[in-house]
Design a binder for this molecule. Structure first.
Ligand code: NAP
Ligand code: F7E
Length: 337
């Protein structure tokens, strides 16, 4: 039986990856940090909470990390932990870097000392492309991160390559474009939209307040992306791969798709800070812009070229953008029944 360790096991991707690995017959271990409430909601939702072994773990605590990695010897190590909300990274730049940058080298250097043969996956991100140097973005596109989050992840990406090249470790970096699900954190724009639209569809009257409606993202489904992570660690040679759908969608269009899935029909009025959406049937206001959600520096357009993953890993996304918006909106609507 193969063994795997997942940092960030309580997060969106950690939960989908746990389910995938349990189904593949792995013994799955995960790191959980101490918080004031139970963090098991997602693992319970996918029915894997009692099928994984959890260890008290924090990426900013070096001795804790050393003990856990030494004692839990695994074949595959997936580093998914992080302060993953870009918006908070301007307010928490040092913490974001401590987890997202220094946390990665703490892990790699500990593994190098205790179990250098362990295969390592680093959760890198399309946020590293930031002010994009080309369209679409691939493994060879020049990096220009636009947030403290993107900068921290860029260090994590390069240090992963460096441990592969310097110490011969099987360390791979997945450059993943945005991926969502009904388990997505509620502060991210897709889930924020689907939760508010579900409340509106159930008769609520509070419009959702959003920021930049023109940003475009390449959105896929988390369940597909964790399959790609696993495939990376099954390769003989470690490498870096983009995972993306190759389709980009504006925040406005995602909103429309999710609204339509719930029988709402947004009419877009005004521009910029004055933009609103009104339901054509009921006349209720569904959305208004609040500049408080604008970012100090924006990533305007992301669209990924995942040809390498398709050719070398045989990986394909299975969920398109309309299906994703509908899946999330329906799940939030059903949760309010
Ligand atoms: P998520 O839902 O925010 O989960 C993050 C996980 O990291 C949670 O389990 C969290 O624990 C844990 N964590 C945070 N700080 C930690 C620390 N100091 N020590 C140990 N664990 C800590 O994120 P996700 O969407 O699943 O993403 C997984 C990883 O992929 C993240 O590193 C993210 O930056 C990266 N990524 C995500 C996307 C995407 O679109 N989802 C795209 C590219 C890359 P708690 O439950 O206690 O908060
Ligand atoms: O923002 C715009 C916002 O917070 C998407 C993380 O998983 O993917 C994610 O980062 C876009 C941005 O995700 C609101 O300005 C408008 O342009 O959902 P988001 P993100 O920043 O793309 C990458 C790949 C990661 O690696 C990250 O970990 O939506 N936007 N209005 C808004 N965004 C939010 N959150 N809230 C709004 O009200």
């Amino acid at each position: 039986m193969k063994k795997a360790f997942i940092t960030g096991i309580t997060g969106q991707d950690g939960t989908y990856l746990s389910k995938l690995l349990v189904e593949k017959g792995y013994e799955v271990h995960g790191g959980v940090r101490r918080i004031s409430q139970s963090a098991m909601a997602r693992l319970n939702a996918l029915g894997v909470a009692d099928k994984v072994q959890l260890h008290e773990f924090d990426l900013i605590e070096p001795n804790n990390l050393f003990r856990v990695l030494r004692d839990v010897k695994v074949d595959e190590f997936y580093n998914l932990a992080g302060q993953s909300f870009v918006g908070s990274s301007w307010e928490l730049p040092i913490y974001t870097a401590d987890v997202g940058a220094m946390g990665v080298v703490r892990l790699l250097d500990t593994l190098r000392s205790v179990h250098p043969e362990t295969r390592f996956y680093q959760a890198s991100t399309s946020e590293m492309f930031g002010l994009v140097a080309e369209v679409p973005q691939s493994e060879t596109t020049r990096l220009h991160p636009r947030s403290p989050y993107g900068v921290a992840k860029t260090y994590g990406h390069y240090i992963t390559m460096n441990y592969r090249e310097s110490h011969g470790m099987h360390a791979s970096s997945g450059i993943l474009f945005n991926h969502e699900s009904p388990l997505r954190g509620t502060e991210f724009v897709t889930r924020k939209i689907t939760m508010h639209l579900a409340a509106l569809a159930r008769g609520g009257d509070a419009p959702v307040e959003l920021g930049n409606m023109d940003a475009q993202r390449d959105w896929g489904f988390s369940g597909d992306y964790v399959e790609g992570m696993w495939r990376m660690l099954q390769q003989d040679k470690a490498d870096d791969y983009v995972l993306a759908t190759g389709v980009t969608t504006s925040i406005r269009d995602f909103f429309t798709y999710a609204a339509e899935a719930l029988g709402l029909n947004p009419d877009w009025q005004g521009e910029g800070r004055e933009e609103i959406a009104v339901d054509r049937k009921s006349g209720r206001q569904l959305m208004k812009v609040n500049p408080k959600f604008y970012r100090p520096a924006e990533v305007d357009l992301l669209i990924g070229d995942a040809r390498k993953a398709r050719e070398k890993l045989g990986w394909e996304p299975s969920v398109g953008i309309r299906e994703l918006a509908e899946m999330m909106a329906r799940a939030d609507y059903d949760a309010l029944a």
